[in-house]
Each structure stands twice: as C-alpha cells, then as structure tokens.
Design a protein around this ligand. Structure first.
Ligand code: R5P
Length: 280
C-alpha cells in the first residue's frame, strides 16, 4: 500500500505516510499550454491511498484523473471537501454540486475520508464517507489558555464550537441574531458577556473571511479584549487574510486540511487512525 500525494496536500501526505510507515508513490503533474491537466503515477501499489484537498477546480480534476489512473483498492483522503456548501438546491435548476461529486468519488474510490465536511446534508449524499472531526484538535491547541471564550459566528456552528471548547475547557457560545424591529437587528452572544475577555471565533471554514470579520466587529463593539480566529479549513479566498488583519484579528489558527502559513494543527494523526481502522 502506498500514499499518493496530490499537489494540494503534499505536507499532510508525507506526515500520514510517516505515521503509517508507508512509501510515497512518485507522481507527475503537468499543465498543457491550453490549460489541460496531466497526471501520472509511476510506481503505484496494488492498494493506494490518495491524499488531496479540493480547494480549486484544478485540485478536483487532478484528484479524479489520479484516482482513475490507479488500479486496485483505493482510499481517497480529501481533507478539505470543496463544493460541499452547495449541498442542496437553493434555487430551482441549480446543480447540487456535492451530490455530483459524491457520485464521482464513490465510483472511483472504495472509501472516502474527509474532515469536517460542511454539513450533514453534504455528508448525506455519500454512501461510504468517513467524516472526521478536527474540532477537538482545535480545543487541544487552546487547552493551556486561561479565561478564554470560544464563540461560533452563528447557530449553525454551535456543535462545532461546543466540541472544541469542551476539550479546551473553556466557556462557549454562539452569536445570535435577534430582530428588534423592522429596520434593526441585534447581534450578540446568546448567553455570555464578552466584555474584557479574550475571544476565539471558531468556524469550520474561513473562505472570504466575511463571516469572521462581521463577528469580530460585533465582539469588539461588545468590549472583547482580544479577538482571535480558529477554523478547520483555511480556504482564505479573495484577500481574506488582509480582511482579517484589517478587522484587528492578528492570530489565526487552522489545521492543515488546506495547507498554508496558518496550519498550526495537523490532522495527520486523526486521518492515519481512520485509515488504520479501515485497512490494518
Ligand atoms: C457557513 O455556513 C460556514 O460555516 C462558514 O461560516 C462560511 O463558509 C464562512 O465563509 P466566509 O469566510 O466566506 O464568510
């Protein structure tokens, strides 16, 4: 069995290979002048584990070509499952992107392992998905910090912040939007007073940064002393990092599901354990 790394997750693939004591297959990725993508695996095994996040359309094409090029039993490790936010038809006629992706991936791989897929709905389109939770790892990262409050920017991420905070051993809450009258809404933590306290905004994905920036603004207005942010998937599209810095967020902690300068936490052990349970 070998680890086959994709260009989106090379460091994580190496860590997983080291933990499982597996060799790494030699891969070649090229782009033709017209933009078409080429992939080759030279020394694949009978069974292989492909590791690659889906943070761009090219990542998706590479992963699919790679999975199809491999023979035998395959596990697709997709640490960040892109396209999962389009998990239902919001408007008539829309493609349910994650449903299409699920069909494709499950046709090409025997197992699909991911980390904190965006929603239950997204997960429901798969038949053989192993959806791992990295929130406890975020909790562990903050476990030595005193008097910290973890806040999720909306009720949708409440279970996530609860999972992280229970490991960190800190208080947690979510930002609640309350309509006051026809023209105004009040946004504040449901229970906790954040005045004078250090707050970490915890979410699954930071993409454009808009959600975290709005939450940070509110928390500052409410008197929070310091506002930081943590997420599993640091997608950081559209100058998100600059927006976060401009909003006064100087510390951002993320996992390596999307490899970047903020990947202070590795999901390698979480993923390796899941692979071991499947194959060893
Ligand atoms: C929303 O449901 C997610 O949990 C995140 O809050 C959202 O994807 C973040 O996106 P952005 O950074 O673009 O506001």
């Amino acid at each position: 069995m070998k680890i086959v790394p994709c260009p989106s997750s090379p460091a994580l693939a190496v860590k997983i290979a080291d933990l499982l004591k597996l060799e790494i297959a030699k891969t070649t990725f090229k782009k033709f002048p017209d933009g078409e993508i080429y992939v080759r695996v030279e020394n694949a095994d009978e069974e292989n584990i492909v590791v690659g996040s889906l943070n761009s359309n090219e990542d998706l094409v590479r992963l699919i070509l790679l999975l199809d090029a491999l023979k035998g039993r395959k596990i697709a490790v997709i640490p960040y499952m892109g396209y999962a936010r389009q998990d239902k038809m919001f408007l008539e006629g829309e493609a349910v992107s994650i449903k299409t992706l699920a069909k494709l991936l499950e046709n090409l791989a025997d197992h699909v392992i991911t980390v904190n897929i965006h929603s239950r709905e997204a997960a429901s389109h798969f038949k053989k998905l192993h959806n791992l939770d990295a929130m406890p790892l975020i909790g562990e990262f903050y476990s030595s910090r005193q008097d910290l409050v973890m806040i999720s920017p909306d009720v949708g991420s409440y279970d996530r912040v609860k999972s992280a905070a229970s490991v960190a051993g800190c208080e947690f809450d979510y930002l609640e939007k309350k309509r006051i009258d026809a023209t105004s809404v009040e946004i504040k933590p449901k229970e906790i007073d954040v005045a004078g306290r250090d707050v970490v905004i915890v979410d699954d994905i930071i993409s454009t940064g808009g959600t975290v920036v709005e939450a940070a603004k509110k928390l500052k207005e409410l008197g929070a002393r310091k506002v930081e942010a943590a997420c599993v998937h640091a997608v950081l599209a559209d100058f998100a990092t600059i927006k976060l810095i401009s909003a006064g967020i100087r510390e951002l902690v993320a996992t390596d599901t999307v490899e970047c300068v903020f990947s202070s936490i590795s999901v390698s052990k979480l993923v390796s354990d899941a692979i071991s349970n499947l194959v060893f």
